[in-house]
Ligand binder design. Structure first.
Ligand SMILES: [Zn+2]
Ligand SMILES: [Zn+2]
Length: 210
């Protein structure tokens, strides 16, 4: 399994595309904006999209999911249903941040322990509330990859000053879910560079007590 990142939206969100290099199947994660750019990113690798998966309901992650779903005839999966209030407010979020968006309901919500098959690999769903109540992350234990959305960044963690954010809950999500993976797992965050579990465990200033 490999990950392509294409920074999109005014927030430079990484819009990761996760793909199986054996079968070329891919999933679009968090297509928040600029779908043309995201689609172009997979064309040079000849990837075959099978679905759209959302980590959480913020506009820079979910804003263009419906547009991409309609363009490519793909189902939208996730996030956890505790983020329904955010998907229900996408149009308003978009007006505030200058991203055109429409509200929608995903084909299915995701829960802790759900599995998403992708070619010869599988992504496991971990529910990681704190940044938003319905935030999920995706983990491939075979490829040692974590798609972390806005839970953790290189040297930082997600903001918790948005509606229904919870700092204590976020730290617990990181401690019991992200840091439960071994040090050699790569973390692909929603914003900024790739990092690893080991590096964050040792150097992330927000996790010194975790
Ligand atoms: Zn967010
Ligand atoms: Zn974000």
């Amino acid at each position: 399994m490999k990950v392509l990142e294409t920074p999109i939206s005014p927030f430079q969100q990484n819009a990761p595309v996760v793909f199986c290099e054996k079968t070329n199947q891919c999933i679009f994660v968090d297509p928040g904006d600029e779908v043309e750019k995201i689609i172009a990113s997979i064309e040079k690798y000849d990837l075959k999209p099978i679905s759209i998966v959302l980590t959480h309901g913020h506009i820079d992650h979910a804003g263009a999911a419906l547009k991409l779903s309609n363009l490519k005839n793909l189902e939208i999966i996730g996030p956890h249903k505790d983020d329904k209030f955010l998907l229900d407010s996408l149009e308003t979020q978009g007006q505030i941040f200058g991203i055109q968006s429409k509200c929608f309901e995903p084909k299915r919500w995701l829960e802790e322990g759900d599995l998403i098959q992708l070619g010869n690999d599988v992504l496991e769903v971990y529910h990681c509330p704190g940044h938003t109540p319905g935030h999920i992350i995706l983990v491939s234990h075979k490829s040692k990859i974590i798609i972390a959305g806005d839970v953790i960044f290189k040297g930082s963690i997600g903001r918790t000053d948005f509606p229904r954010g919870d700092h204590k809950q976020l730290i617990e999500s990181i401690k019991y879910k992200v840091l439960s993976c071994n040090d050699d797992y790569c973390i692909y965050s929603g914003h900024g560079p790739v990092t690893s579990v080991g590096l964050e465990r040792k150097t992330n200033p927000f996790l010194v007590d975790a």
